[in-house]
Design a binder for this molecule. Structure first.
Ligand code: AMP
Ligand code: ZN
Length: 674
């Protein structure tokens, strides 16, 4: 059929409109209303007409989906919105803490969106008056590559919008997993992952080649420009709704969290997303948490490289590659040997790592680690860094590293206990130093003005050999030493004197006895060992049973504590501290005046309460009345005090047959609170 120019234009418009509708139905809604055959027929009609009348071809023509064979170098293009990276978190606690902080510092009624962090290629789409004008890769955040022709081949990205918006839209281009494996099947050298394949594809020179790869795109942000008669959205939700109306494909798994949602809800969502990850049909490497209210976003703004109103929750800990330079040995205060890898300094998750613990020989064997190997190191949140794997063996054929037979500090023959090697010499200088550092440190005796450096000086001057010597050495001996002025010496004396009042529990936990930390010390004292003598008495009789009888003290723990207390060097320390006048006795707490109605019962408290904020107030009420409180439900738990939105513990309590008590019932049991 021969058309005049005028007729051709009308026919092109008609076909384009139809095809646009069909493309939207097919790519975005995934619900086509015409057969492929009919679609192809219309498509052919359009492309034939466009071939005959090239002047009539528009940039937003549905025919752009097939791309072009014309090669193009990817020109650079400047972004008109900030395209930054995201701040990262690696645990749900960090995420919840961040949300709480934002609410506290801004408004308590803020909502948050949690979206999947699609592992693909970041794309910014610039629309002018409703027409897709540029598609630009992230590049360095300010300048990216113009890949417009290639992006036009992605069926779910609208080339024109129903309304003449001028806006920037952000999304992630990705290759669905099933498509990826199909493509990879025939490959001689398969692609490493869908992300790499998508990244390579989107940068091809010929858009017709791009069209043959079924890329897709999820849109997640829109930045509308002001224009007459347009009411700008004020929340992320409104933006997303508008984008959806405009024909963009959004991720249906995005979820909004209002102030009514508890942190438990959020934690569950994060967990379930993590679990669902492998069943999604596309790859995600985390979640993104964003403030919903746009005015607050604007107030918070951006740092140099990320918005302050969003946070990425990454599933994987950040990793870096580096070289293992050497392995050294640390001797801990209990004599435990810890091999430590010295690596070429590498920046991971914002901090420079140069030492990584290797735990023990088993750990090293598992990794088959040798000096000179290239390794990946990970760092997750505030957890210590770890060697994940060897990526390349050293060229010198160094064998897997072995812990030596002798203590590198004192020369004593090492012994093996469980998975760990130990230096058996209690006077090994590193053990002594470790014991002293621990004893004076925060959380233990917390002796003011007696930091590690001072302890080192005291040791090297021969003034102290062990912890008990701290209370007998003559501070005057420090006079004349560099850095020890009169004032400082006085402060040291005062610090030591003050520490004499630390409670028995603290003294006990500061001895540095394995398995006897502050929690065990508390259990022992509450369980009736109110004095050092009663404990030593049990040790003398080797009465492990007496310790095991205390709830929370296991057989192994009890055994270790008793055998440690029977070691001569430990007795010597204890005797020294006794003569120094440290607290060796925990006075009985004032007896409760409440009737002991919960005697013999074990309570677990969960959820939130009206009358008990914080929740620990409810725990106190239970203890006052003779009940025991535990933090998790076990077979021994007799009662569960379940507040608002009690979670998994409720289920567990039911399964274990514990009595479930709600707040009202609890209040009537205890006769109300004042
Ligand atoms: P990163 O590059 O690890 O700092 O993470 C930021 C990148 O995550 C962005 O540039 C986006 O490409 C990508 N991303 C994927 N999904 C989303 C989403 N739902 N919201 C924001 N960014 C996302
Ligand atoms: Zn040693």
């Amino acid at each position: 059929m021969d058309y005049t120019l005028f007729e051709a234009e009308k026919e092109i418009d008609r076909l384009s409109e139809l095809l646009r509708k069909y493309q939207y139905e097919y790519y975005v809604l995934t619900r086509p209303t015409v057969s492929d055959l009919e679609y192809d027929r219309l498509f052919d009609l359009l492309t034939n007409l466009e071939k005959k009348f090239p002047a009539l071809v528009k940039g937003d023509s549905p025919s752009m989906r097939v791309g072009s064979d014309l090669g193009s170098d990817l020109p650079e293009s400047t972004h008109s919105i900030p395209v930054l990276s995201l701040d990262k978190a690696y645990s749900s606690e960090e995420v919840i803490g961040w949300m709480e902080k934002i609410r506290k510092n801004n408004r308590s009624d803020l909502s948050f969106y949690i979206e999947e962090k699609i592992d693909g290629i970041s794309m910014v789409l610039y629309y002018r008056d409703g027409i897709l004008e540029r598609a630009v890769t992230r590049g360095n955040g300010f300048v990216g590559n113009d890949v417009t022709a290639n992006v036009k081949t992605i069926g779910s990205i609208p080339l024109r919008l129903p309304r003449p918006y001028t806006m920037a839209v952000r999304g992630e281009v990705y290759l669905p997993l099933d498509k990826f494996s199909e493509i990879n099947k025939g490959m001689e050298v398969p692609y490493a992952n869908p992300r790499n394949l998508a990244a390579g594809t989107i940068r091809r020179k010929k858009s017709s080649e791009v069209a043959s790869v079924p890329l897709d795109c999820f849109i997640y942000e829109g930045f509308l420009e002001e224009s007459e008669g347009l009411t700008l959205p004020v929340t992320h939700k409104e933006v997303l709704d508008e984008l959806e109306l405009s024909g963009f494909r959004l991720n249906p798994r995005n979820h909004i969290f209002t102030p009514e949602d508890t942190s438990d809800n959020i934690r569950k969502f994060l967990d379930s997303e993590t679990e669902d990850r492998s069943e999604l049909g596309y790859e995600i490497d985390g979640l993104v948490i964003k403030i919903n209210e746009l005015d607050i976003r604007e107030e918070l703004g951006y740092t140099g490289h990320h918005p302050r109103w969003a946070l990425a929750y990454k599933f994987e800990s950040p990793q870096g590659e580096t070289t293992l330079l050497s392995i050294t040995i640390q001797v801990g205060r209990t004599g435990r040997i810890t091999p430590v890898a010295r690596v070429e300094p590498v920046l991971i998750g914002g901090s420079t790592i140069s030492n990584v613990t290797l735990h023990n020989q088993d750990y090293i064997n598992l990794l088959e680690l040798a000096v000179g190997d290239r390794v990946t190191v990970s760092k997750r949140g505030d957890v210590i860094p770890a060697v994940e794997s060897v990526v390349e063996k050293n060229e010198d054929n160094y064998p897997v590293w072995k812990i030596p037979d002798k203590c590198p500090v004192c020369g004593a023959e090492l012994t093996l206990k469980g998975a760990h090697n130990f230096c058996p010499n209690p006077s090994c200088p590193d053990q002594v130093r470790g014991r002293l550092f621990f004893f004076v440190g925060k959380g233990q005796m917390d002796i003011e003005n007696l930091g590690p450096e001072t302890v080192d000086t005291l040791m090297s001057e021969g003034l102290i050999q062990d912890i008990q010597d701290l209370f007998t050495f003559d501070p005057a001996a420090l006079e004349g030493l560099a850095g020890f002025k009169e004032k400082k010496i006085k402060a040291i004396k005062e610090g030591i004197a003050k520490s004499l009042n630390r409670p028995f529990k603290t003294v006990l936990a500061s001895l540095g006895i394995p398995e006897l930390g502050s929690r065990s010390a508390e259990l022992l004292i509450e369980g009736g060992f109110r004095s050092m003598d009663s404990l030593l008495d049990a040790a003398d009789k080797n009465d492990i049973e007496a310790l095991v009888n205390i709830d929370g003290v296991g057989e192994v723990t009890a055994g270790i504590i008793v055998s440690e207390l029977n070691k001569p060097e430990v007795r010597k320390r204890i005797d020294g501290l006794r003569s120094a006048g440290l607290q060796f006795y925990a006075p009985e707490e004032e007896a409760s005046t409440e009737p002991q109605i919960f005697e013999g019962q074990t309570w677990c408290v969960t959820g939130s309460f009206e009358a008990f904020k914080p929740r620990s107030l409810a725990v106190e009420e239970i203890k006052k009345r003779g009940g025991k409180s535990v933090s998790s439900v076990t077979g021994k738990t007799t009662h569960l005090l379940a507040g608002e939105s009690a979670g998994s513990k409720l289920k567990k309590a039911r399964e274990n047959g514990a009595e479930i008590v709600d707040e009202a019932a609890f209040l009537s049991l205890i006769g109300g609170v004042e």
